[in-house]
Design a protein around this ligand. Sequence first.
Ligand code: SF4
Length: 263
Amino acid sequence: MDERQTKGRIFDIQRYSIHDGTGIRTIVFLKGCVLRCRWCCNPESQHYEIETMKVQGKDKIIGRDVTVAEVLETVEQDRVYYWRSRGGMTLSGGESLCQPEFATALLKAAKEDGLTTAMESMGCAKYEVIDGVLDYLDTYLMDIKHTNTEKHKEFTGRSNELMLENAKKIAASGKTELIIRVPVIPTFNATPEEIASIARFADSLPGVKKLHLLPYHRLGQDKYAGLGREYSLAHIVPMDRAYVNTLLEAAQKNCSLQCQIGG
Ligand code: SF4
């Protein structure tokens, strides 16, 4: 079968992004995730099933089935911008690894077409699945949310052990640039001690050079109401810049990586 006819389920394609990889990028959002992070700003990504979300009072269908070729047709429209900026395609979600055949075929096709590739992922899959995408992946933007297993489970629904092990294996493979990203969430991991612990873990991974802190925001809160779900962090107060800088300093003091806010 022509791999470009591989089908998968997405819920959005966002063009002209300057985040989530080098240069100007097109972000492809795959549907489905195995975690249920309380702060998730894309709750419509979590279920694989196609669903309906109320947006400004109107029903919006979330999710559609597409082929690799159809996605690439959209991605290719901005080729001139990628060429000038070393941009390309980034897979996001959801968790792309929940649709491994589709994710692999998308990344492979993008590489064949000369684009740079990146993937946002927390690495919650068998390593064999992850290894399958690494040959076609320039940059792996990997979430490490906490080093404490119990707390990770409490706030995301899953233990972190598999993800931490996978981070070690991805780093050891040397096949991709691995960047560690930390969603910084008050009441979950937003203390200097917890950030320092994640920074030390990131620093122990061979070849890793960058650590990005992504401060909590509420941009996805309205979506929960639109999906008829409860937003359990409504009581959380976002951090001010001075406090985020304190956390950045904690990271910098505990690792030799390039640490930054955002990414
Ligand atoms: S891993 Fe990402 S997409 Fe999945 S629930 Fe957590 S924040 Fe949402």
